[in-house]
Design a binder for this molecule. Structure first.
Ligand SMILES: Nc1ncnc2c1ncn2[C@@H]1O[C@H](COP(=O)(O)OP(=O)(O)OP(=O)(O)O)[C@@H](O)[C@H]1O
Length: 591
């Protein structure tokens, strides 16, 4: 607390004292700053008075006193200005708050007459100055209180704005008292609007007066907020503001249902952020698909990813999502083949309470709704039953869903990425997949090549998967030996990268040294290697046969002239004599 904070009030009080008492007034704070003055010292406002002056003495003393004989009074003895002092009398009165001194009011007489008047009215004067001191002290306390209230209000505002739910406090007629940033964002409240807002305009079906009269709390009540270009589904709580049994207003807290679902989904599925760098492989064909996928990420069109099982279709779908402008929204995968046909519809679109026997209370939110503002990954779309294909096509055309047993259409904002390891074109030809849906999905087609067609990726994938498995299993396998690597390269990988990943995990588990060897690999791979060895042995050509073939080739190439023989011999890496001997031995005719 410092008198500086109420400097203008202090100056006004100094001037009021002067106008009543007709003497110069100076008021200093507890750091000896002259913060108010009238008369001769007015020009010195803002300067420090010296600590051995009467004011310094008064601050130390803490009591009111009057100096009738300046320069002889104890308070003056150490003053640096004692010789030049022109004062006739001085009265000092400390300004105290709870026994703590915050400053001093000083009255200074510069004329004999003034001095006489001061001395004559000494008692009344002291009383008056003490009251003035109290007045300044009360102003200081008021200032302290308003500062505290301002701080509290700021703290409250910060607390409200850091809550991730919209909060609106209203009076008992429903008029807004205050709201936080999240509420402004949820209801798109224009910060510059001039008219007062009423909660009844936001919650159209709310019986507000009932809520006020009943004085009860409401929990998790659903509502729908609809404007021309903006809408959301939410839930709210309402808590009355009650003081001494009377309701003064209501505090509403709001949440957007799709934001709640996002959080639930992130926690439940442990969202893994995937980037294109997580897709390992630098073969030409994989790089080309990565490039296409990066372009697809920048659009909102539907993507159809085709490729054998385990080639990384979901990995691509995730990377597209996290590189798109929906990356803050959810990525919801659903495997259409893994869910029984009867359940798939309600998994995708959700159902209303009581939609069928055994349905959950409160109904169920479908994956489409869960994926709102994000991406829905429909894996194994080729296995979707035909009647759902029709429903899906409608959703993709109209961007609204209808829950099972529901009566209304819910607008959705979802990007769909579908994937299949089946030949969808073939399925269309066979009448098992709707042609119109195929074209609706296949806006951006991506074909992931199988691992056997990009064997150059195996080495880098093995390195990556080895360190991934080391981390997962807490091992420290440094490398894989050349022979074992050769086995991996020569294998056909029907299960693609997933099979390679499982193989490396198996090998890391089996390996008892720091290097993976062929014995650490699963039998199915090494058996293949044996047969590979056998086939190789069958095909080994005897040296003699090879020699005959190569000599014939050289003769055919260089010709049969005398000059040609030395050239052929040189190319074959033998002397002329040896070549002649071999030609004779193998009965090769010079043509
Ligand atoms: N290029 C790659 N780099 C790193 N990991 C990969 C790569 N491709 C696939 N994987 C890994 O292989 C496994 C299978 O990948 P994913 O599930 O994406 O394949 P999929 O094609 O969707 O399979 P399915 O058709 O069976 O659903 C995952 O663990 C994935 O991380």
């Amino acid at each position: 607390m410092n008198l500086m904070k109420i400097i203008s009030s202090v100056q006004k009080i100094a001037e009021a004292i002067e106008s009543v008492l007709k003497v110069d007034v100076t008021i200093v704070d507890n750091h000896l700053n002259r913060i108010a003055a009238t008369g001769r010292y007015k020009k010195n406002i803002g300067e420090k008075v010296n600590k051995n002056s009467v004011f310094g003495f008064a601050l130390r003393q803490g009591e009111s006193f009057i100096i009738e004989n300046p320069r002889n009074h104890d308070a003056c003895l150490k003053c640096e200005n004692i010789k030049s002092c022109k004062e006739y009398a001085e009265v000092c009165c400390p300004i105290k708050v709870n026994d703590q001194i915050f400053g001093v009011i000083g009255l200074i007489a510069f004329e004999e007459e003034q001095r006489d008047a001061l001395i004559k009215n000494k008692t009344n004067l002291m009383e008056f100055l003490n009251r003035m001191g109290d007045l300044i002290a009360s102003k200081l306390l008021d200032k302290q209180k308003t500062d505290k209230i301002k701080l509290l209000a700021r703290e409250l505002e910060t607390v409200l704005d850091s809550v991730d739910r919209g909060i609106i406090a209203v009076d008992k007629e429903g008029w807004f008292l205050r709201y936080n940033k999240k509420a402004a964002q949820l209801f798109q409240i224009d910060e510059n609007r001039t008219s007062r807002m009423n909660i009844k305009d936001l919650l159209e079906n709310l019986n507000f007066s009932n809520l006020v009269m009943q004085n009860i709390c409401v929990k998790n009540r659903e509502f729908r907020y609809k404007r021309k270009h903006y809408h959301f589904r939410g839930v709210f709580d309402a808590n009355p503001i009650v003081i001494e049994g009377k309701t003064f207003g209501i505090v509403f807290t709001f949440s957007n249902i799709s934001e709640i679902l996002n959080v639930v989904n992130d926690i439940a599925t442990g969202t893994i952020i995937t980037s294109f760098e997580n897709i390992i492989g630098n073969s030409h064909c994989l790089e080309a698909v990565k490039l296409e996928a990066q372009k697809a990420a920048k659009t909102t069109s539907t993507v159809l990813i085709q490729g054998e099982s385990g080639t990384g279709k979901e990995l691509f779908a995730r990377a597209i999502h996290f590189h798109s402008n929906r990356y803050r929204g959810p990525f919801i995968p659903i495997n259409c083949a893994a869910i029984p046909e009867q359940l798939l519809e309600s998994e995708l679109f959700g159902y209303e309470e009581g939609a069928f026997t055994g349905s959950k209370k409160g109904g169920k939110t479908g994956k489409f709704e869960l994926a709102n503002k994000g991406t829905l990954f429909l894996d194994e779309i080729g296995d979707m039953p035909i009647h759902l294909q029709t429903k899906l096509l409608r959703v993709l055309q109209e961007y609204v869903i209808e829950k099972v047993g529901g009566k209304e259409f819910i607008p959705i904002d979802v990007r769909v990425i579908a994937a299949t390891n089946k030949n969808l074109e073939q399925k269309v030809l066979e009448g098992e997949f709707r042609e119109d849906l195929f074209y609706r999905l296949n806006v951006i087609p991506l074909n992931i090549p199988p691992l056997r067609k990009r064997k150059e990726d195996i080495v880098i994938l093995v390195k990556y998967l080895l360190s991934k498995c080391n981390r997962k299993l807490g091992k420290n396998i440094k490398e894989i030996d050349t022979y074992a690597l050769e086995i991996l390269i020569n294998y056909d990988w029907p299960g693609n990268v997933r099979e390679l990943e499982n193989t490396i995990e198996y090998a890391v588990n089996m390996c008892s040294s720091h290097v993976i060897k062929d014995i650490d690999l699963p039998n199915r791979l090494t058996n293949t290697k044996k047969s590979f060895k056998e086939t190789k042995i069958e095909k080994i050509i005897p040296i003699k046969e090879l020699e005959i073939k190569e000599i014939k080739k050289a003769i055919e190439y260089f010709g049969n002239t005398k000059q040609a023989i030395p050239k052929a011999a040189e190319a074959l890496g033998m002397s002329r004599a040896t070549l002649y001997r071999k030609l004779k031995e193998y009965k090769i005719k010079q043509s």
